[in-house]
Design a protein around this ligand. Structure first.
Ligand SMILES: Nc1ncnc2c1ncn2[C@@H]1O[C@H](COP(=O)(O)OP(=O)(O)O)[C@@H](O)[C@H]1O
Ligand SMILES: [Mg+2]
Length: 262
């Protein structure tokens, strides 16, 4: 049986607007980490949001399959229940809803097995996962993303991912705002997650992160089209040369933006 995330010939437009993605095909198989790189505005977040079923974007052509099922037009909730998880680049604040309650709700809603673990077991595991990422228990009581620093916000997303244990995670710039030690913890948890059969599409500007994740494939997206697929050496090439070989102007301002992950 087909397993993993398969995307074929995807063309995406913004509702009431122009075309953003064209002919995008990629695959992320179980236990694989794949990477998506590209300059600012090339369409990386659009692809992530389209995979998750964001209503802002319309699929004009092509399809998305998860474990053999066509989910191109499925509701976001259905995709999530099937095991697709998206960590947003831009996080939404939900003051008053503690993060641990939100994760518990998502966990309950998505549970498909026989006997759902109790709230007590859930809390135990949540504590273990959070402390593994250096995320203090007091932060779990805080409203979702309420006054979180950049790094805390990224870790909160990772905690959701590790608790929900989705089949495929799309992580949009998960490394931005993380200090060196936090980055190491994030990499460790990602590795454990894929060892357990999960898989991830990691969107990043940082080849160093990728060298530690050993991606199965690196995809380069330019102006809404995938222009190249390769291994880790492709990420290193981007580190050295930027995106100039694909006709992108590598002026100082743009490459500085890329480095800071804007
Ligand atoms: N809601 C929208 N309306 C119009 N254009 C949009 C919208 N969302 C994204 N875009 C455009 O789509 C292009 C790709 O954006 P995005 O996917 O955020 O790029 P990336 O994540 O690679 O930086 C950009 O030119 C952006 O301005
Ligand atoms: Mg983006």
């Amino acid at each position: 049986m087909e397993s993993g995330l398969l995307v074929s010939g995807l063309g995406v437009s913004v509702r009431d607007g122009g075309r953003i993605l064209q002919g995008v095909s990629l695959e992320v198989r179980p236990s694989e980490i794949c990477a998506l790189m590209g300059p600012n505005g090339s369409g990386k977040s659009t692809l992530a949001l389209t995979l998750a079923g964001h209503p802002r974007f319309r699929v004009d052509e092509g399809w998305i399959r998860l474990d053999g099922e066509d989910i191109t037009r499925a509701e976001p909730e259905y995709r999530a229940k099937k095991g697709l998880f998206l960590a947003f680049q831009k996080q939404v604040e939900i003051p008053g809803l503690p993060i641990e309650d939100m994760i518990w709700e998502a966990y309950r809603a998505r549970w498909t097995g026989e006997k759902r673990p109790s709230l007590i077991d859930f809390r135990k595991r949540l504590m273990a996962v959070s402390s593994g990422l250096g995320f203090g228990p007091e932060l779990l009581r805080r409203g979702v993303n309420e006054g979180f620093s950049g790094g805390e916000g990224r870790k909160a997303e990772l905690i959701q991912m590790l608790m929900l244990n989705p089949r495929v995670s799309v992580l949009d710039e998960i490394d931005s705002g993380l200090d060196v030690d936090s980055l190491r913890l994030v990499i460790q948890s990602l590795r454990e997650y894929v060892k357990g059969g999960g898989s991830a599409l990691v969107i990043t500007h940082h080849p160093r992160l990728l060298s530690m994740l050993n991606p199965a494939r690196v995809y380069v997206l330019i102006k809404g089209r995938l222009v190249e697929v390769g291994g880790q050496e492709l990420a290193e090439l981007v580190e050295r040369e930027g995106f100039s070989r694909w006709g992108e102007v590598g002026d100082g301002q743009k490459s500085a933006e890329r480095r800071s992950g804007v």
